[in-house]
Design a protein around this ligand. Sequence first.
Ligand code: ATR
Length: 285
Amino acid sequence: MYEVYGIIGDPVSHSLSPIMHNLAFRELGIKAVYGAFRVSPHNLSKAIEGVKALNIKGLSVTIPHKETIMEYLDEIDPVALKIGAVNTVLNKEGTLMGYNTDWIGVIKAFEKKNIEIKNKKAVLIGAGGASKAIIYALIKKEIAEIEVYNRTFEKAKMLEEKFKILAKPWQELKNAYGDIIIQGTSVGLKSWETPVQEEVISRFKVAVDIVYFPLKTKFLTLAEKYGQIIDGLQILLYQGVEQFKIWTGVLPPIEIMEKAIYEEIKKLEKNFFHESKRNKAFKEF
Ligand code: ATR
C-alpha cells in the first residue's frame, strides 16, 4: 500500500515540492506519493479533518496557512512555537504534530556556501511570512545584529518585539549597511524589480533572496557583482530535506532533488519568458 503525503496552500499549482519529494520516495524505494492540495483559508479546518480521516501521513504547509494551521494541530514542536509558524505536519498514528523546517533551510543554505553568520550584522527586508524563520535562524547562529525594514512599519515593529531586533523605517533603507542583506519580500517574484537599490546592495558581502522565480532575481543579479549570493531555491531545497527526515527518518538524496528542482525552474522560466514576450509584460527579463 502506498502512503500519501502532500502540500497544502493557496495557490499550490506551481509548487516544486511534489517533484522534490516524489523523486526522493522513488529513489529510496519508499512506497509513498506526494500531491498538491489547494486549500482555501475557509476550508483549512475541514482539510485537517480530512488528513486524519484519510490517514495522510505528512504535510508541507505553505502560504497562507503556516500560522493559522497551528490551532488545528494536536502538538506543536517548541521551535515552531517560538517561530510562530508551522511548515511541516507529521501524522503520528492519528496525532498531528507541527514542526518548522524553514529556519533549518536558511542555516543549511548558508553552511553549504561556507558563509559565516556568527557576529555579523544582517539587514532583512520584509516582515511577512518568511521573515520569522529567517530571524530565528540568524539568532540561532549567533548573529550580532539584525535590522528589519518593512513597507508597513507596524509589522517590522511586531518582529522587533518578538525577537528583540531593530525595526527601521522603510525610508531609511537607502542608508542601510551591514554584512548580510536578505530580501524577504515578494518583490521580484515573476517580475524584474528589486526593493533595494544597487548602491545599498553594493555595501554587503552576502545577499540572500527568498524569491526563486526567476531563480536569479534582479536583486541577486545586482548583488552578485559585490559578493556571494544565496538563491531562494536553496532554502526551499533544505527545508524540504528536513521535512523528509521528519516524515521518514531517512536522509533523502539531496543532489538528485536539487538537480530536479533547478531543471524544473529553468523550464518554467523559459515558458514564462516566451509567454511574457508574447504579451510584452516582462520586457527586461
Ligand atoms: P503576509 O505578510 O501576508 O504573510 P507575505 O507574502 O509573507 O505576506 O509577505 C509579503 C512581504 O512582502 C511583506 O513584508 C510585504 O510588505 P507589507 O508588510 O508592507 O505588505 C512585502 N511586500 C509585498 N509587496 C511589496 C512592495 N511592492 N514593496 C515593498 N514590500 C512589499
